[in-house]
Design a protein around this ligand. Structure first.
Ligand code: ATP
Length: 347
């Protein structure tokens, strides 16, 4: 277990910064998720931590030691990639042993280490099979076991679940979380999937264009996004953002509800919601429309739980309400969060 820290970390490719001055400190044993859209620099940051890229500037510190100039094998990290890169002709046992052999760990220690890792991951019965005889989830566990045997201080994961189908992803996600909880090894996990990030992370660092937009618990990121980028990247459907009264005002779709259902109170913003389309997804209904009195241009979504039986029909105008303390305000120029402003109380 170790704390991972990066200081003013920068990586340029041909004069363009892929990682643009990042500062970050994990906690010991923390599961930190790097979340962001394609091309935002997640993989580059992970590769800098691993020592697979040399930074243009700044430092990487692992377990209190500056490792910027150390090669990957001297960093006590284990990396699991999107493609597990198991050797197809080797048995599971030989795949797991491989990094021990490469690191010249005495042969007498191999069996015990394989048993230990296979035991934690529940793959003892698979040790004599070859990768092609395993399911996607089992291959993932083998890749994890192979990463574990060197007893790393830090795990680095680069979208390790992206090759799995939707159902397997969910169970593999549970397994990964449970596994990390048990071994307690500091983990940095890259994904562009916000559901995965919310489910796995103790904290999430949201990246955009090589910079950290916000770092916080899933709850903080979801409820109090620092920027409009975070507000709209995290959450499905994303936070509604309307431009009114010189400000950007955001509210989550689940917080926009029919007045008829929530009842009239004085701590809410009430508006006429012009409904254009309704999607019934079983557990929820998504109601699409706009709020012409506040911002006729902005598309707005209300998410109604199935327990709410209020009628919602296209081409109608209904009174909807948002509690005032669910409104978030952003600067229209910078997109950054600003303090609440009660002037929007009257639409
Ligand atoms: P994805 O989710 O698509 O994998 P990412 O967030 O991991 O994206 P990176 O792979 O870190 O993004 O890439 C960040 C930026 O750096 C991109 O614009 C990419 O084109 C560029 N980049 C990455 N590696 C190199 C390289 N070896 N040479 C030149 N440019 C690179």
């Amino acid at each position: 277990m170790a704390i991972v820290e990066v200081r003013d970390l920068r990586k340029e490719f041909g004069g363009t910064a892929a990682v643009d001055g990042i500062n970050l400190v994990t906690e010991e044993g923390e599961y930190l998720v790097l979340l962001g859209p394609s091309g935002c620099g997640k993989t580059t940051l992970l590769r800098l931590l691993a020592g697979l890229e040399r930074p243009t500037g700044g430092d990487v510190v692992i377990g209190g030691e500056v490792v910027t100039d150390l090669p990957p094998r001297a960093r006590k990290i284990a990396m699991v990639f999107q493609s597990y890169a198991l050797y197809p002709h080797k048995t599971v046992r030989k795949n797991i042993v491989f990094p021990l052999a490469a690191a010249h760990v005495p042969k007498s220690e191999w069996a015990a280490k394989v048993e230990w890792a296979a035991g934690i991951l529940g793959i003892q019965r698979l040790l004599d099979r070859r990768p092609r005889e395993l399911s996607g989830g089992e291959r993932q566990r083998v890749a994890l076991a192979r990463a574990m045997v060197r007893e790393p201080q830090v795990f680095l994961f680069d979208e390790p679940l992206s090759n799995l189908d939707a159902k397997l992803r969910t169970s593999a996600r549970d397994e990964l979380k449970e596994f990390q909880r048990r071994v307690g090894i500091t983990t940095v996990y890259v994904t562009h999937d916000q559901v995965e990030a919310m489910g796995l992370g103790d904290r999430i660092a949201v990246l955009n264009a090589g910079q950290i937009q916000q770092i916080g618990t899933p709850e903080e990121i979801y409820s109090n996004p620092a920027t409009t980028f975070v507000a709209t990247f995290v959450g499905a459907p994303p936070m509604n953002i309307i431009r009114t009264d010189g400000k950007l005002v955001g509210f989550r779709p689940e917080n926009l509800l029919p007045l008829e259902a929530v009842g009239s109170r004085d701590d809410q913003l009430v508006c006429d919601f012009e409904i254009s389309r309704v999607e019934n997804l079983g557990s929820d209904r998504y109601v699409y429309g706009s709020i012409p009195a506040l911002d006729p241009e902005a598309k707005v979504i209300a998410k109604l739980p199935s327990t709410l039986t209020v009628v919602a029909r296209p081409d109608t105008r209904e009174k909807y309400a948002v509690e005032l303390d669910k409104l978030r305000y952003f600067d229209p120029d910078t997109g950054e969060r600003v303090a609440p402003d009660q002037r929007t109380r009257t639409p």
